[in-house]
Design a binder for this molecule. Sequence first.
Ligand code: ZN
Length: 203
Amino acid sequence: MPTARRGALLKFYFGPMDCGKSTLALQLNYNHGRQGRRGLVLTKHDRSGGARVTSRIGIGHEAIEVTDDLDLVKLVLSRPAIDYVICDEACFYSVRQIEQLADLVDEHGIDVYAFGLASDFRSVLFPGAQRLFELADEVCRLQVEVLCWCGRPGLLNARVVGGAMVRTGEQVVIGDTDVSPVRYQVLCRRHHRTGDLGDQTGQ
Ligand SMILES: [Zn+2]
């Protein structure tokens, strides 16, 4: 198989909410699986709240939840003959865990496909995403027709509490759930900077 001879790669696919990251992650897993390759699917803080990768369009796959102290090299090497790893929500992994992904590529010849947000609600890079930008062989911005309310491309995630955009707070707050007062809205850069959420009520 020629795939066994080429060098392994670390790829980072990033984009705002709803741009299809998890959908692409699952499609990629499906395609590689069909070629007979053995993969592992990881996630952290998936929207389902469980150890699954779920996409907005309704498909899902079971996954391993990445906890803060999980060693990703040990995890992957504990499984027999893994060819590739899909890392959803990689923006939430620690810097050390991103470096472990690079080790999997360089020392063990395992392909790593990472998916995640680049920046948080303040438009500041997540540490894990920053490390991916620094280390990845390939970086790809996903832009699957996510639009701001004004019609411009949606680039940044705004955190909305009580109908207003907030700019301070914890970097990671899970929102858009039944029990959370926090929701997120994708905005263009201009409206992220001005804090203008349009006429939407958030529904
Ligand atoms: Zn806008």
